[in-house]
Design a protein around this ligand. Structure first.
Ligand code: TXA
Ligand code: MG
Length: 313
């Protein structure tokens, strides 16, 4: 099987939904990164998905839903979680919630946990496929496990070409960085992964400060391994200037010839460019130096991904 990058016409979407119904895999665009989707209710399909990505089965998947009604069949919403859904869905927020008795998502997709991660994506192609399919779709980022997340259909093809029937073309992802994950499983919501939705925005709407994972919150993020999003090249972060032999990935005034995440110092633009530029630099350099990026706003998620990309076990 060789993956085809296809324009998601209504006809193609109907065929992609059929592929999902028989347990196949389809790569889909979302506003954050491309996802590798399969039927959340089909354990054989989910096993195939873990296999295709080379992902450990103890790392649970996000179930993507078409509507709030579908979300409420999968999970138990507290009033605070519902408020977050009203404010930020569809959009780049993933909520970890207690699983509902009516949930369709299989145990394997949740790695056997009694919680489920849910997201209602904003991308029209993801929404159209969810509507055509009619049930929840689990979709991790469509990269080989541990590799940089894909933000174009070509990235998906280079990682997973022979594993997937269709790659639905939705162009480059506008956000470019994965969703923010918040657990609503205790008294205080816990930030499990900084992401495309700024932490401060969530805190402002909910009127609470998000706790961080750890002993105090009693929750951990199973997939948040230190080394993740890893390019082949080594990374040196917060580099004001490059050293000889390094490719230099700039930001704002740190303005090299090779590439700049955002010449104007705009964090939204830098997030959208991050993974594509990391992949491009990885093909050209053994060593990459990255300019300092502020840790405010989206800089929190950008610096998180860079730290993981730089980490070597
Ligand atoms: O933007 C995104 O979130 C993309 C697009 C495709 O939606 N998806 C994505 O999926 O980034 P993935 O599989 O690469 O990351 C999912 C994260 C993992 O760190 C996993 O451990 C965590 O969500 N997760 C899933 N279920 C969980 C649960 N029940 N409790 C805690 N963490 C969970
Ligand atoms: Mg991922």
């Amino acid at each position: 099987m060789t993956a085809k990058i296809v324009t998601p016409t209504p006809d193609v979407l109907a065929r992609a939904a059929d592929v999902l119904r028989i347990g196949g895999l389809v790569a889909i665009p979302t506003e954050t990164v491309y996802g590798l989707a399969c039927d959340a209710a089909n354990p054989d399909a989910v096993a195939g998905l873990y296999e295709a990505k080379g992902r450990p089965r103890f790392n649970p998947l996000i179930a993507h839903v078409a509507s709030q009604a579908m979300a409420e069949r999968e999970a138990v919403f507290t009033p605070l979680a519902r408020k977050a859904a009203e404010a930020f869905w569809p959009g780049p927020l993933t909520m970890v919630l207690p699983v509902a008795a009516t949930g369709q998502t299989c145990d394997l997709a949740r790695s056997g946990l009694d919680t489920i991660a849910l997201r209602r994506p904003a991308h029209p192609v993801a929404q159209a496929l969810l509507d055509a399919f009619g049930g929840p779709l689990v979709a991790p980022s469509a990269n080989r496990s541990g590799h940089v997340s894909p933000t174009t259909p070509e990235h998906v093809r280079s990682d997973l070409a022979d594993k997937v029937a269709y790659i639905l073309d939705g162009g480059p992802c506008t956000r470019g960085i994965e969703s923010t994950i918040v657990a609503f499983t205790g008294d205080t919501p816990v930030l499990l992964r900084a992401g495309a939705l700024e932490t401060a925005e969530i805190e402002a709407i909910l009127g609470v400060t998000l706790a961080r994972p750890g002993a105090a919150s009693g929750i951990t993020a199973p997939g948040q391994l230190k080394s993740h999003y890893a390019p082949r090249a080594t990374l040196r972060l917060d580099a004001a200037t490059p050293m000889s032999g390094e490719g230099y990935l700039g930001f704002g005034d740190h303005c090299p010839l090779e590439g700049n995440l955002s010449p104007t110092g705009n964090l939204t633009e830098a997030a959208a460019n991050l993974f594509a530029m990391l992949r491009a630099f990885d093909l050209r350099y053994e060593r990459i130096a990255v300019a300092p990026i502020p840790r405010t706003g989206l800089g929190e998620a950008i610096n998180d991904r860079l730290a993981r990309a730089a980490h070597r076990d």
